[in-house]
Ligand binder design. Sequence first.
Ligand code: CAA
Ligand code: NAD
Length: 282
Amino acid sequence: MTIQKVGVIGAGLMGNGITQTCAAAGYSVIMVDMNDAALDKGLNMISGSLERLIKKEKITDSKKASILTHIQITTDYAKLSDCDFVIEAATENLQVKIKILQQIDKIVSPNAIIASNTSSISISQMAAIVSRPERFIGMHFFNPVPMMALVEIIRGLQTSDPTHALVHEMSLKLGKSPISVKNSPGFVVNRILVPMINEAFFVLAEGIATPEDIDNGMKLGCNHPIGPLALADLVGLDTTLAVMEVYFENFSDSKYRPCPLLREMVAAGYLGRKSGRGVYHY
Ligand code: CAA
Ligand code: NAD
């Protein structure tokens, strides 16, 4: 089987980045979201990201135009019927993902592969929702997708070897470096990264240092490209909190308790860059 047409569910931070990356590798891509405003915002982000790559002389104007011709947008799930591969990159919420997977499952061909870009939710649990769980897999990209080299490929209990092999091959075709990971909350990278970000919120809440000093500390002291609070703003505070909630619930260990300040900021609508305000203002 070869993958030619890719469906991406969600036009948010990750969905539009995955769409761009797949289109740049020559796949024909259809990006789905719930309304036209979300789709337009996603397309604008793709255009802005491609402009940045032109400025950095990584792509040409004509490559940008050609990438955009590979992308279709729609609110109609039925248009996914001829996709060989569909990746779910919608909001980090199990109930949202269950509904989406049930919809996709009814539409795509029996041979299609269904993947999730979830940051933390169980791949085995999601695989159990679709009719061919052996063709379900976790394909976890990193933000911003066009810039980040890693893809975590996560096997659920049910994922077959051919499914894993195809997604491994696709990751290489996208120019990414895949690692293979067993299903477990947060997989490898987020299991380590997100508790560190959560701890930065505790440090902030305890008034130990300003946001700028916390971030500069980790940049200058640990050579991180951006500090943990700026990273939370990039990832989305809602997504960061959702990931901590998954750990807290699944490991039943108080070391994963979400910082109350993080929870309060999400409740206030301070979601990070995507809402114009998080720890910092944008
Ligand atoms: N497309 C989209 N966004 C881009 C981009 C592109 N082509 N190029 C850069 N960005 C973003 C940056 O976030 C930032 O935004 P502003 O300019 O608006 O402030 C900006 O664009 C920085 O651009 P620069 O060109 O100045 O920076 P850079 O190219 O030197 O580095 C970076 C940008 C690679 C993102 C770097 O800051 C970095 O590595 N940051 C850490 C990223 C990281 O850790 N990501 C993982 C997050 S965790 C995750 O993804 C998993 C999960 O499940 C939550
Ligand atoms: P986001 O909030 O930027 O975007 C989510 C998008 O999903 C929104 O556009 C929303 O309208 C759409 N959506 C919600 N329900 C939908 C439905 N039923 N059908 C179609 N679209 C729907 O979120 P994001 O940061 O792009 O995260 C998406 C997924 O990727 C999550 O599972 C998240 O954990 C994961 N992820 C996020 C990051 C990150 O740094 N933000 C990194 C890796 C993985």
